[in-house]
Structures are given as structure tokens and as C-alpha cells.
Design a protein around this ligand. Structure first.
Ligand code: PEP
Ligand code: MN
Length: 284
């Protein structure tokens, strides 16, 4: 197979010690290792909307056995009139929840000027799909030295995505995890938000030593599709998952952001079970 895609190997150019296409650069965050033997499941709310809502979900996430929680405070909304996140107030809530639960936290940064502030709280900084091409932002997170979760732009090719990662690595930060979150096609929300490109995992893993995880929440936009796509992603060789969770159906009703795609607690438990049963497809 490698002979048919000879150019892939060159994309390991920032990681000379990982030239063998069967090797992965492990990224350790808060006791979890992306690219290690076990899949890493990051779960949490779409957005940090209040202390109570976040604590509710954090307890669900911790009790399910996750070591890391997600939660956005700066929300990259397509519509400028939509809820934009709770900003610095939300970051304070996230810091408090991190302290109280022991969960590692991953949160998105949108503005290069706020990278340092977010890095003081976050164990991992998320670069969202809309920001993958924001080169000044990639350079800033590269300089910050905090592990980075780099989501794929919904229109990026494999090479464009890896080049974005190399903007970060070029600054000396090699702890980058890639996240497939669905690509744009003619879905129009009829049944799903995006097309989950699981095809890319195998070539991506050959092309780069960076661990690859999958977001079944933003790719489907429907919580009922998340468990199936999570199993499929792990079977396709993903090193982990990034999943949105709601605390309860009552909590779902009050959410300002992505309410329809957060899985209930029992579905998170089911996915954690599937992840622990998976035969290890991860290569070290
Ligand atoms: C998110 O994970 O909070 C998010 C906004 O996702 P994406 O950047 O993939 O749209
Ligand atoms: Mn969301």
C-alpha cells in the first residue's frame, strides 16, 4: 500500500524520530495518553454555560471513567446573533471544576491574544474547525507549549490539515492531537450535520505520527447517532473520541448551544464500555 502513496511519508517531516509510518508520537495529558494502548475519551458539555450545568456534566464524565473533559467558553458561532459563550467568566468556572473534579480540561481559543490566558487553565487547547487556517493563532499555541487538539477544517485535505499541525510544531510544540469532526457535503441537516470522514484515519496515521481522534458529536449533530459513530471511529483506528454530553433531559432543555447533540449519561457509559472492549488498534 505504501508504494501507492509515496508522498505521505514526507509529511512526517517535523518528527524525524518517527519516520516509520507504523509509529505514533504519544501525547500525554492529565494521566491520559493519546496514541497509547487505550483510546482516550474526552467528554463534556458543548459550552460552559453555568457552574451548576458544568458541574453536573463533569460528575457524569468523571463517574464514567473519563480523565478529560471538554467545554467551550469562547464559542465560534456561525451566526453572530447566537450565544457566543461565557468567555472569561466561563474560564473561571472551568478552572474551578478542574480543581474540584481532578479532570483535565480542553477548551477552545479563538483569539491569538488570549492564548496565554487560556493556557493558564487548560490542560489542552482546542483549535476549532473554523480556526484551522488561522496561522497567527496556530503560531501562538505553538509558542504556548500546551498540548493542542487541532480539529480539521470541514474542507481541509489531508495535507492542509497536517500543514496546519506543522505551523504549531515549527514553534517547538510537538504535542498535537488531530481531530476529525466531519466534512461539508450536501447534508443540509436532513439527517446529519456533516459527513464523518472515517476514511481519512488510516492514511492520516501513515502520513503523520500524531494521534488522531474523532468527534462524533459535531459530525452528526444528532445524539442518537453518536454511539454508532463512536464504535465505527474506534474500529477505524481512532486513538480516542471527543464527545458532547448533557447532564439530563431537563438540563438539555435549557441549553443555549448544541442541545440536540449531547448524549445522555447512559450513552456515555455504553461508549466507555465499547472503548474498553476494543481490541487495541493503536500503534505506539
Ligand atoms: C466544538 O468542538 O466546540 C466545536 C465548535 O467544534 P467544531 O470546531 O468542530 O465545529
Ligand atoms: Mn458544540
Amino acid at each position: 500500500m505504501a508504494q501507492e502513496l509515496p508522498d505521505l511519508k514526507v509529511l512526517r517531516r517535523c518528527w524525524p524520530e518517527y519516520q516509520d509510518e507504523a509509529t505514533t508520537h504519544p501525547v500525554a495529558v492529565n494521566g491520559a495518553t493519546f496514541g497509547g494502548d487505550d483510546p482516550v475519551i474526552i467528554a463534556g458539555p458543548c459550552a460552559i454555560e453555568s457552574y451548576e450545568q458544568t458541574l453536573d456534566v463533569a460528575r457524569v464524565v468523571r463517574d464514567a471513567g473519563c480523565k478529560m473533559m471538554r467545554g467551550g467558553v469562547f464559542k465560534p458561532r456561525t451566526n453572530p446573533h447566537s450565544f457566543q459563550g461565557t468567555g472569561l467568566k466561563g474560564l473561571e468556572i472551568l478552572a474551578r471544576i478542574r480543581e474540584e473534579t481532578g479532570l483535565g480540561v480542553v477548551t477552545e481559543v479563538l483569539d491569538p491574544r488570549l492564548v496565554g490566558t487560556v493556557a493558564e487553565v487548560a490542560d489542552m487547547i482546542q483549535i476549532g474547525s473554523r480556526s484551522m487556517h488561522n496561522f497567527p493563532l496556530l503560531i501562538e499555541v505553538g509558542k504556548a507549549g500546551v498540548p493542542v487538539l487541532l480539529k480539521r477544517s470541514w474542507s481541509a485535505t489531508l495535507e492542509e490539515w497536517i500543514c496546519a499541525a506543522e505551523y504549531i510544531a515549527k514553534e517547538g510544540n510537538f504535542n498535537i492531537v488531530l481531530c476529525e469532526r466531519g466534512i461539508r457535503a450536501s447534508c443540509h441537516w436532513e439527517y446529519a450535520r456533516n459527513v464523518l470522514d472515517l476514511n481519512i484515519i488510516e492514511p492520516l496515521r501513515r502520513a503523520t505520527p500524531l494521534p488522531v481522534i474523532v468527534d462524533p458529536s459535531h459530525s452528526t449533530g444528532q445524539w442518537r447517532l453518536v454511539a454508532g459513530m463512536s464504535r465505527a471511529a474506534l474500529a477505524a483506528g481512532a486513538h480516542g473520541l471527543l464527545i458532547e454530553v448533557v447532564g439530563s433531559e431537563t438540563a438539555r432543555a435549557g441549553l443555549k448551544c448544541d442541545a440536540h447533540q449531547g448524549i445522555p449519561p447512559e450513552v456515555l457509559a455504553e461508549i466507555m464500555g465499547a472503548a474498553s472492549e476494543r481490541e487495541s488498534l493503536c500503534r505506539s
